[in-house]
Design a protein around this ligand. Structure first.
Ligand code: ATP
Ligand code: MG
Length: 452
């Protein structure tokens, strides 16, 4: 397919209605970006992006209930059928970039050609111009040969690649994501420009980088493809030097490779539906670079947790995500043996936290796959079953049959650290033997402890 070719599309009725409303108002309205790329590839678009010559005020006025997100001129029209909503964006012309982050100024444009010219890659710079929305007939607008590039399996920047990456360094990462997602080779001049501009990725905001990385990790392609490509292009050392530090760190594993190969394989072995868990897999051995000296990576789980949290803070990840990944890395080395008593299982659950267990076992399974380890009989999968068996035992101070207030009242000890220590000791006793968790027994125990 090429520029100007007819292209018929099965338009969902809500989308046809949006295009019609804009066209009846005398404006041009087209499909653009990812949705056209997906159509040309023969895929069903995940969402529909409409672009129009109408300014945002006009668009918003046409669709009651639409939300208008400044300053990008994107109006989201509600889908009456209850879909994700259709994004309508006014044609843009971008003027001047000073900082490789954001255009200094975005101007609404009147011409589709201008709007396509500001897009990143040829495969994303195609539009579909409707003739008749009733039968879905229209034409492909493809001034940069995106359809041909898709066919040839090529990712190519629109216009001068060096200029384009200089304008917005996020495109460096987008190139990696798109190339791996659609299995495209990067056109040599574009690749040269990526390498040359890679250091500029350091100036990107953590949020934007994290967003791209998450999209990579949530993709169907194995993360090792994208992260491997980032390494070869010089982007990984700029964005995640902690990972590059694992290159050359040798380890005695059945599978070949160093600690970075192992980390990438671990991410690959985790599900794309949980990109944060994949991220934990990617980062779980960061501590091996700093604990290499003793030959045993002693405490690499502890060092690694600190490093992983620093990485995520740099990426401005939400607190809950920083904590989740940090805890997973911290606990990933748990070493179960069949001689663990039930009390040991309970102490393990308490240490790790009930909420973390499914993720922690999933991480261990991936770690095993990535190491070529076959679990021996009586391995951690037995622990996973035993954990379920103790799930209803008291594991937290709040589950004790006595509260701190009870202790204060019964033992005439003033509230304070002494009460905290007593509660902790009572919990230890109950972890050892859950049948002790009754008021009378706990009170007797507490009395004995307080006097002894
Ligand atoms: P996906 O299917 O993953 O959503 P997409 O191509 O739709 O892929 P978006 O991030 O939703 O990706 O962007 C929509 C369109 O906006 C792209 O197809 C591209 O034309 C344009 N675009 C997005 N980000 C940039 C950028 N940083 N520079 C230039 N054009 C961009
Ligand atoms: Mg999109």
């Amino acid at each position: 397919m090429r520029d100007g070719d007819p292209l018929r599309i099965d338009l969902p009725p809500a989308l046809a209605a949006v295009l019609d409303a804009l066209r009846h108002g005398g404006d041009e309205a087209v499909l653009v970006g990812g949705s056209v790329r997906d159509l040309v590839r023969g895929d069903k678009p995940a969402d529909w992006d409409v672009a129009t010559s109408a300014p945002p005020e006009t668009v918003a006025a046409l669709f009651p209930g639409a939300t208008w997100e400044n300053p990008f001129g994107t109006v989201t029209v509600r889908d009456p059928a209850g879909g994700r909503g259709i994004e309508v964006t006014t044609y843009r012309v971008e003027v001047g970039y000073r900082d490789q982050r954001r255009p200094d100024e975005v101007r609404w444009g009147r011409l589709l050609a201008d709007d396509l010219a500001r897009r990143d890659f040829t495969i994303n710079a195609m539009a579909w111009l409707p003739d008749e929305t009733a039968d879905g007939s229209g034409r492909l607008v493809d001034p940069y040969g995106g359809a041909g590039d898709l066919e040839a399996g090529l990712l190519r920047a629109v216009g001068d690649p060096d200029e384009r990456f200089n304008e917005d360094a996020l495109r460096l990462l987008r190139a990696v994501r798109l190339a791996t997602r659609f299995e495209l080779r990067i056109d040599p001049p574009t690749e040269v420009a990526i390498r040359a501009n890679a250091p500029k990725a350091a100036g990107l905001s953590g949020e934007r980088v994290r967003d791209e990385l998450t999209r990579i990790l949530a993709g169907a392609a194995p993360p090792s493809h994208a992260f491997g490509l980032m390494e070869r292009l010089g982007l990984l050392e700029v964005l995640l030097p902690e990972l590059v530090a694992l290159r050359g760190v040798l380890q005695a594993k059945r599978l070949e490779g160093d600690a970075l190969d192992h980390s990438l394989r671990t991410a690959d072995a985790l599900p794309a539906t949980d990109p944060v868990l994949r991220l934990a897999g990617l980062l779980h051995d960061l501590g091996k670079a700093t604990t290499l000296a003793d030959g045993h990576f002693l405490h690499h789980d502890r060092d690694g947790a600190v490093l992983a949290e620093l990485v995520l803070q740099r990426l401005r990840a939400p607190r809950a995500e920083v904590t989740r990944v940090g805890r997973l890395v911290r606990h990933h080395m748990f070493a179960y043996t069949p001689d663990w008593t039930d009390a040991a299982v309970r102490r393990f659950v308490r240490r790790v936290g009930v909420d973390l267990l499914p993720d922690l076992f999933a991480l261990r399974a991936a770690d095993d796959v990535a190491s070529g380890v076959e679990e021996p009989p009586g391995g951690w999968r037995v622990l996973r079953e035993r954990v379920a068996a103790v799930a209803n035992d008291p594991l937290e101070a709040q589950q004790l049959a006595m509260t701190g207030d009870d202790l204060v009242a019964q033992l005439q000890i003033p509230p304070g650290p002494a009460i905290g220590r007593l509660l902790a000791a009572l919990l230890d006793a109950v972890l050892e033997d859950p049948t002790l968790n009754s008021r009378e027994q706990l009170l007797a125990l507490a009395r004995a402890m307080a006097s002894g």
